[in-house]
Design a protein around this ligand. Sequence first.
Ligand code: SF4
Length: 148
Amino acid sequence: MSTFISSNLESLMAWAQATSLWTYSIGGGCCVDEMLSAQGCRYDLERFGCLPQSHPEQADLLIVSTAVTQRMSEVILEIYGRMPSPKYVMAVGACANGGGPFSERVTYAAARPLEEILPVDVYVPGCPPRPEALMNGLIRLQEKIRSG
Ligand code: SF4
């Protein structure tokens, strides 16, 4: 009986978490325009329970849509450290996924994949990804959280 209750409680917690992802976004590149439009009324991310926050302490999903340069790495790590657990990370766009056009081959600031500094839960491809791609990434993350 106790196993039944605890497994149902875990499912309930996972469902609650998956459907109330509060986000903190770091965007410094051209992807930001698409990500901002995804927050608008046309795409309405709030119907997924996705609410943007202005403080990392209130967020459980970090969305990174920028080139991860050496200097940005320090900022991203500091923000990630301020988020409460459990927390999730989404890499948006070619820059965050793998360096993109600013990879170490072409810039002295040596942009690198986000996964080199943080555990990335979901990758959203594109340069820039459209809002639909971000929505797809959110749905994939919700599935991942629900499945434990
Ligand atoms: S992935 Fe492409 S669109 Fe996004 S920030 Fe990098 S260069 Fe700009």
